[in-house]
Design a protein around this ligand. Structure first.
Ligand code: PGA
Length: 251
């Protein structure tokens, strides 16, 4: 039974930000504020790997841990890589995969993304698979095609326990631009159709891309949206908490 089932999901992706002191202070802050976190919220925090353990100790179970990236291989001579089993060992329950920064800056192909997802699943972690179209694909009316390409082989892995899909249009990441609510609903329909065709049902759908405390409610109030993936705004503990607290304002 995954902790996120039946709850709204709030993922913090710090990317390559923070320090040991920051990770400890962030974890301690959320722990101290635990009474203000709505019951129906499942917070998942993805600090940089070197700080996972310190964050885990500070947070004392108030949020779940995710790793930002794992190796496509399970072990061996891969200098600098971290395996999914290692992430599991230090307390991670979730693994981000397919993030646009990995796809574009590190040229991770859909095949690599699938291999990483296989490793995440084998280790007993739940994958948070990020998908989304580029600006060029959006302008060319190729959003569906982009999502199809990123998702059409997912069922080749068989059953993927705990799978979460985050729709993150590349042009919305770190730019302050966001899609309309209608765009998000459309992306959700497209994604569900692609997954349903592969017999994958009830996969939670998150929105990510320039989510802040000021706009989170717009996304969270959509019935299709089971949660948000927050980058820049999650690097402030009080703003991430404020985003989670929006859950109490949604009827
Ligand atoms: P952002 O990043 O919230 O800073 O746009 C989102 C993400 O990269 O997952």
């Amino acid at each position: 039974m995954w902790p996120h089932l039946g709850r709204k999901i709030f993922v913090a992706n710090w990317k390559m930000n923070g320090s040991l002191a920051f990770a400890e202070a962030y974890g301690t802050f959320l722990y101290e504020q635990r009474a203000t976190i709505p019951q129906g919220a499942c917070a998942i925090v993805c600090p940089p790997a070197p700080y996972l353990k310190a964050f885990c100790d500070a947070i004392q179970g108030v949020a779940f841990l995710g790793i930002q990236n794992i190796a496509a291989a399970s072990k061996g001579a891969f200098t600098g890589e971290i395996s999914a089993n290692m992430a599991k060992d230090i307390g991670c329950c979730y693994g981000l995969v397919g993030h646009s920064e990995r796809r574009h800056l590190y040229r991770e192909s859909d095949a690599v993304v699938l291999e990483k997802m296989r490793r995440i699943t084998e280790a007993g972690l739940a994958p948070i698979l990020c998908v989304g179209e580029t600006e060029e694909q959006r302008e060319g009316g190729r959003m569906e095609e982009a999502l199809y390409q990123q998702l059409c082989h997912v069922s080749s892995l068989g059953c993927i326990p705990g799978l979460i899909v985050a729709y993150e249009p590349v042009w919305a990441i770190g730019t302050g631009k966001t899609p309309t609510r209608a765009n998000i609903q459309k992306a959700c329909r497209v994604i569900h159709d692609i997954l349903e065709a592969q017999e994958m049902h009830d996969v939670p759908f998150l929105y990510g891309g320039s989510v802040t405390a000021a706009n989170a409610q717009d996304f969270l109030s959509l019935k299709e949206v089971q949660g948000v993936l927050v980058g820049g705004a999650s690097v402030k503990a009080d703003e991430f908490l404020a985003i989670i607290q929006h859950l109490d304002k949604i009827s």
